[in-house]
Each structure stands twice: as C-alpha cells, then as structure tokens.
Design a protein around this ligand. Structure first.
Ligand SMILES: *Cc1c(COP(=O)(O)O)cnc(C)c1O
Length: 395
C-alpha cells in the first residue's frame, strides 16, 4: 500500500487546477503587461483570478497581491511593517516561538538590524495566550505576527482575538495562514488582520505561487524591484497559469470545505485514537483546536528519522516535523516550545491527511506504525535503559 500522509509539506495538485494550468497556458499566453489583444486577454484573466481569491478571503480585489508563495508573502508583510515602523521610531515586533522559519528567520534578520523581537511562548497545547500578547504590545510595537495554524502540530491560534487587540492599539497584524487556507474557514475581516500569507501548494494548487492580502492603507514595500506588475509592489512577469490554477484550487477547496473538514477530522480522530494506544507516547498540539488533517505524536525511546525511513519502506510518506533533515541535530523549535525535552522531541512523527485519504489508509497506518515503533524500541539502547529502570520515562 502507498499512503501519502505529508500534505502539510505539500499537496498533490488537484485535477481541476492542473487542467486550468494547461488551459490558461494554451489560451492566455500573452504577457498581461502587453498592450495587444493577447496581453489584454491575459490581464483580464489575471484580474478575474484576483477577484476570485479576494472574494474567497472576504476582501477587496485590490487588497490581493500575487507572490511566489508563502515564504515571499511572509517576508514582504513583515519587512513592510518593519520599514514603516522604523520610520516612526517603533521597532518592536511581537510574534510567537512556533512560527514557520519564513517568519522566524525574517525576524532574526530584523533583530540584527536593531529591531526588538519578542517571541511569545505557547502553552503545552501549542496555543499562544491572548493575555500574553496583550502584555507584550507596547507603544513601540509596530507589528504582531501570529500564524493561524501551526504546520507541525496543527494547533489553531486565537488570531481573531489578537486581531481585535491590535486594532484597539493601532498595531499592524500579520498572520501566516499558509496551513489554514483551504483547510478551515478564513476571512480576513473576522481575523482583523492587516496582512495574510497563503500558498497554493498547501491546498492542491501548484508550487511557487501564493498571495499576500494587504489591507487598504497598510504599508507595503517591494522585495523585488523591476516592472510595475502587481500595482508596482511585486516586479516580475505574472505566472498566470499558476495563479489561475491557484484560484481554481482555492475555489474548489472552499466549496467543499464543510464536508472535507467533517470527513477528514473523523479520519484524524480515528488515527489519533489508534496511535494513542502505543505506550509512552503523547499527542502534540491541542486535541480540539487543531487542523482537521493534522496528527502529530512523540514516541519515547526512538529516533524520528529511523521511524520515517522504516515507514517509507512500508509505503508510508510522513514527516518528523523536525528540522533534522538539514544535517543539524537540533530538534524542532515547535516541539521544544510545547515543552518536549530534546530526547522526546527527537521521536516525533507528523501525519498530515488530505481529501484523498481513505479509511483503508487510516487502518494501514494504525496497523503499521505501532509495529515499527515497537521494532525500533526493541533495538534502542535508550528504550532498554527505560525498561530496566536506569532512566525514567518522561511520557
Ligand atoms: C509551507 C509553509 C510556508 C512556506 O510556503 P512556501 O509557499 O513553501 O514558500 C510558510 N508558512 C507555513 C506555516 C507553511 O506551512
């Protein structure tokens, strides 16, 4: 059996989006900046896509900027708010310890440039406290950046409440909604955000395309200089086939959202229940306030990487949710932030489901994962120490 359970890393493109990509490539091949008919037809299609994305997020068409994806959108939002803040002498940015690296590394860079960066802690459930956010905002604060849903542990953050606070205090709010869009209801007005980042390949669109919502009046500066595309805010010939495929994928995802969420969360709950029976394990993230497709566990006494390799042999594509892949042995900053100690954080497993996930696949995962965990424990010196009392269990 082959089970793709790494949809938080990327999704398979939806057939309708792929078809759209081909259709637009063939029929709207002109450059939207060209004055001739082919160009103008492409320009009209581009604006239709913008209107569609805007209506699905509950904003005005002019508030949507197309980008190369989530990372670029996060970078541009944060840099823009920082530049505007610095001009007013406001150089404090409040964010959380569990953000994606697209946010955290941008904040690191700003810190080196003299910004004061405050990373709020999260509770054991992986959720930031609104009261902590309130306390952290002061008169020097130019931006608050809180992700809507975490990519590793699926926890959903109280962005709407934090948004209200930010509005009252006159502070800009950015939300990295890359994991949320297409997987839960997202409305920029309900969130009271000034910036929202999304990425097509996380909801069945193609790679390398995304969007940034920028509320009218919020500062926006270029990351990429050149032509006057995207109202002068993002140079480069628009990737119209990808943008159209993204709009198509988002339309389909939003249309099927209630039934998708009902079906996939039932599969998620069944998988969580089954895997919870493994001794000395813990679910990561909140049991209720979590993405409908996210299952994340830590298993004591094993290495996440070995687990992934053995699961791959069984046809299961999963993720450790940790940053070890780049050769660094640091465990995931998200798992550390929810209080998992290093050893436990190394034994993590993330399974992220999609609308294509079946009951049979959940049964297969529920059968194979406990076997692999048991096998790895049987050859683990750490596990032997735990079993023989030379070390005490944490989970
Ligand atoms: C995937 C992801 C990103 C980066 O998006 P890209 O389109 O791959 O650049 C940013 N934030 C979160 C939460 C993500 O899951």
């Amino acid at each position: 059996m082959f089970v793709y359970a790494d949809n938080a890393a990327t999704t398979k493109i939806r057939p309708a989006a792929l078809q759209k990509y081909v259709e637009i490539s063939e029929q709207f091949f002109g450059n939207p900046s060209s004055l001739h008919t082919a160009g103008q037809r492409a320009k009209e299609e581009l604006e239709r896509c913008r209107a569609k994305v805007a209506s699905l997020l509950g904003c005005n068409t002019r508030e949507i900027y197309f980008t190369s994806g989530g990372s670029e959108s996060d970078n541009q939002a944060i840099e823009s708010a920082a530049i505007a803040g610095a001009k007013k002498g406001k150089k404090r940015i409040v964010s959380t310890a569990i953000e994606h690296h697209a946010v955290l590394h941008t904040l690191n860079k700003l810190q080196k440039e003299g910004f004061e960066i405050v990373l709020l802690p999260v509770g054991e459930n992986g959720i930031v406290s609104v009261a902590d956010a309130e306390k952290a905002i002061n008169s020097n604060t130019c931006l608050v950046s809180v992700m809507l849903a975490n990519n590793e542990i699926g926890s959903i953050q109280p962005v709407a409440e934090i948004g209200k606070l930010c509005r009252e205090r006159g502070v800009l709010l950015h939300t990295d909604a890359v994991q949320a869009v297409g997987h839960m209801p997202v409305d920029v007005k309900e969130l009271s955000c000034d910036y929202l980042a999304l990425s097509a390949h996380k909801f069945g669109g193609p790679r390398g395309v995304g969007a940034l919502y920028v509320k009218t009046g919020a500062p926006l500066f270029n990351l990429i200089e050149g032509g006057a595309q995207e109202r002068g805010k993002r140079a480069g010939t628009e990737n119209l086939p990808a943008i159209a495929a993204m709009a198509e994928a988002l339309g389909e995802a939003c249309e099927n959202l209630p039934s998708y969420m009902r079906r996939v969360s039932a599969l998620r709950d069944k998988l969580i229940e089954n895997l919870s029976k493994i001794p000395h394990c813990a679910l990561n993230g909140d049991r209720e306030k979590r993405l409908c497709g996210n299952v994340s566990f830590c298993f004591e006494g094993i290495e996440g990487e070995s687990l992934l390799l053995l699961l791959d042999d069984k046809g299961i594509c999963a993720s450790s949710g940790s940053a070890c892949t780049s050769g660094s042995l640091d465990p995931s900053h998200v798992l550390l932030a929810i209080g998992r100690v290093h050893d436990v954080a190394h034994g993590s497993l993330r399974l992220s489901l999609s609308e294509d996930t079946t009951e049979e696949e959940i049964d297969y995962l529920s059968e194979e994962i406990p076997k692999v965990v048991e096998y790895l424990r049987s050859i683990s010196p750490v596990w032997r120490d735990l079993q023989e009392g030379r070390r005490s269990y944490i989970l």
